[in-house]
Design a protein around this ligand. Structure first.
Ligand code: GUN
Length: 279
């Protein structure tokens, strides 16, 4: 029987732990506030932003919301971020991505102070991660490490294969698995003989962005499979990058979609917000 890794339950557990910690820190006069910035009104982004604000409320973190029109210029957005950098009442700044095409995302990410970079996207945060210094961790990969640890899955010495090399998931995922003493391979769209590579994995992290791409032919018997994908299938149901029904019988543990990795991203964002008020 494969273990179903319940991201909803684990994220709830983390949020409840954070809620208690925030109460304790509040009694010492330390409070956190997250500024959430959205440009335009992409419906998917609006859902994510609302969920982030609700999570803040649940845990007891203040939140401030900046909803800017689609036509906002890059310079206007830079000015707002600089203002939030200077604002002592704001501990964390989150600019929801993607931004409209006329705005350079890299410039905006670099403008956020590394001390308030709760997404962990600033080059300083990325550098700290790779050299093993304390800093903000990218939320989705950090959430996956928590899923593994809290499900009793050992990473040390294991063959870990990450499919996908994005700055938000694949690359920081590789760094975090390495930090946990995994043996890490990063595969991607140009990888030759992908099945040979993925079949080596004790732990397979799939962030390939293609609906139900990973079938049982890609998976070693007894592997742990973590699915970062989020798509709609032919029946309009949510599904991942992994063909769950085909792969699940061959795994020792697997995440579902929805209810696997998804809920962990917000839990880890909340953890980064609380981190700003830990000493
Ligand atoms: N858009 C999709 N995921 C994320 C995320 O983790 N952070 C931000 N800022 N934008 C996103």
């Amino acid at each position: 029987m494969s273990q179903l890794i319940d991201g909803k339950q684990i994220s709830k557990q983390i949020k409840d732990e954070l809620k208690e910690e925030v109460q304790r820190l509040g009694a010492l006069g330390r409070t956190a506030c997250l500024a959430v910035v959205q440009v335009g009104n992409d419906p998917a982004s609006s859902v994510y932003v609302n969920n982030k604000k609700k999570a803040c409320e649940y845990i007891g973190i203040g939140s401030r919301s900046y909803e800017l029109p689609e036509e906002t210029t890059e310079d206007e957005l830079v000015s707002l971020v600089e203002e939030l950098n200077r604002d002592d009442e704001v501990n964390g700044i989150l600019v929801q991505l993607p931004l409209p095409a006329h705005i350079d995302e890299d410039r905006i990410i670099r403008t956020i102070s590394p001390d308030k970079d709760v997404d962990g996207f600033h080059p300083v945060s990325v550098g700290r991660l790779w050299i093993g210094e304390k800093g903000f961790l990218s939320c989705t990969p950090a959430g996956i490490i928590q899923l593994l640890k809290r499900s009793g899955i050992d990473i040390c010495g294991k063959e870990c294969v990450v499919i996908g090399r994005s700055n938000i998931v694949g690359k920081p995922m590789a760094a975090l698995l390495l930090r946990e003493n995994g043996t890490v391979t990063v595969a991607h769209s140009r990888t030759e003989n992908l099945q040979d590579v993925t079949k080596r994995a004790d732990i397979l992290i799939v962030a390939i962005g293609k609906k139900k791409f990973i079938t049982s032919e890609y998976v070693k018997e007894g592997a742990v499979v973590i699915d970062v994908g989020m798509h709609r299938d032919e029946n309009n149901h949510l599904c991942g990058d992994v063909d769950f029904n085909d792969v699940e019988p061959h795994t020792s543990a697997i995440t579902p979609v929805p209810g696997g990795v998804g809920p962990m991203t917000i839990a880890m964002l909340m953890n980064n917000c609380v981190e700003t008020i830990r000493t």
